[in-house]
Design a protein around this ligand. Structure first.
Ligand SMILES: Cc1cc2nc3c(=O)[nH]c(=O)nc-3n(C[C@H](O)[C@H](O)[C@H](O)COP(=O)(O)OP(=O)(O)OC[C@H]3O[C@@H](n4cnc5c(N)ncnc54)[C@H](O)[C@@H]3O)c2cc1C
Length: 265
């Protein structure tokens, strides 16, 4: 048994075969690497990925009065993105005492990927949906002595641009196109980026011959087998961020394949 090992760092897939004697390996490493927009200002204080924000508030219990890992409470919060995780982050911000919470999403309500119930609940709770709007820069306080800057280098606003919908793109949804000259500032104290996650490249980078697609997801056949002999994979590491049920299903499919492969030898 190997526990508490980061595969690709402590041990590689090849070492698990060669040194530990495993005969088959299942990779279920998820898609936990948060995506950012790569716009200026993303390293300012008060910018979080949704995963970090939700982990801090829910798992590390930053909502408590004297938390080990504090989180910004109160103020004005912008959540960038329109998925279920964005709705979760927005409603969590409200529960942490935010006076105003925006959802900033670049397409319209029709394309918003979150489940209708999640959107409805967010609206009922007073979340302000700024649709057809995309951030282009996160702005901080220029003068670090500014009394409004709670911790040198904090967020003070996001600069956004209005969008309109053009022709459908690869996803079949109408492509959002910036409206020239429509930039404006939205005053906020925190920005939560909720624009998806990707598989961490660690295992791919340390496993020669492991095929991945252009999104960095591991490529498998219908039985969960990767391009490497006796290496199987499933879940978000293969599909990109999806659901618990589909990850569990993929685990079962791969378990069956592994059982067949090992017992037929
Ligand atoms: C905020 C949030 C809310 C969600 N809500 C829902 C929901 O309501 N319903 C639903 O169905 N889905 C939900 N999901 C999605 C769901 O969590 C995932 O689809 C599911 O957990 C994927 O399972 P997985 O086993 O593929 O990966 P994960 O559950 O991500 O597990 C991967 C594991 O591998 C470990 N790992 C990663 N890299 C390595 C490495 N190199 N070496 C060793 N270990 C490694 C990670 O630490 C992690 O423990 C939500 C996701 C998020 C982020």
């Amino acid at each position: 048994m190997v526990t508490n090992a980061v595969i690709g760092k402590t041990l590689t897939i090849d070492e698990l075969f060669d040194e530990m004697g495993f005969e088959a390996i299942f990779v279920g490493s998820g898609a936990g690497l948060p995506n950012f927009m790569n716009i200026p200002g993303e390293s300012l204080r008060g910018v979080y990925s949704a995963n970090e924000y939700l982990t801090r508030s829910n798992l590390i219990k930053a909502y408590k009065d004297d938390p080990d890992t504090p989180i910004m409470k109160g103020g004005k919060v912008a959540v960038v993105g329109g998925g279920n995780v964005a709705m979760d982050a927005a409603r969590t911000a409200l529960r942490l005492g935010a006076e105003k919470v925006y959802i900033v999403y670049r397409r319209s309500m029709e394309e918003l990927p979150a489940r209708a119930e999640e959107v409805e609940h967010a609206q009922e709770e007073g979340i302000d949906f700024r649709l057809l709007t995309n951030p282009v820069e996160i702005l901080g306080y220029e003068n670090h002595d500014d009394p409004r800057d709670p911790a040198n280098g904090s967020v003070r606003a996001i600069r956004c641009i209005k969008m309109e919908l053009g022709e459908p793109d690869d996803s079949g949804r109408r492509r959002p196109v910036p409206v020239q000259g429509s930039e404006f500032e939205l005053e906020v104290d925190a920005v939560i980026m909720s624009i998806g996650t990707s598989p961490n490249p660690l295992i791919k980078d340390t496993t020669e011959g492991l095929g991945v697609n252009r999104r960095g997801c591991i490529v498998v056949d219908e039985g969960g087998l990767t391009s490497r002999k006796a290496v199987y994979a499933g879940g978000d590491a293969v599909t990109g961020a999806a659901t618990v049920i589909s990850a569990m299903g993929a685990g079962k499919v791969a378990a069956r394949s592994i059982d067949e492969a090992l017992t037929s030898n």
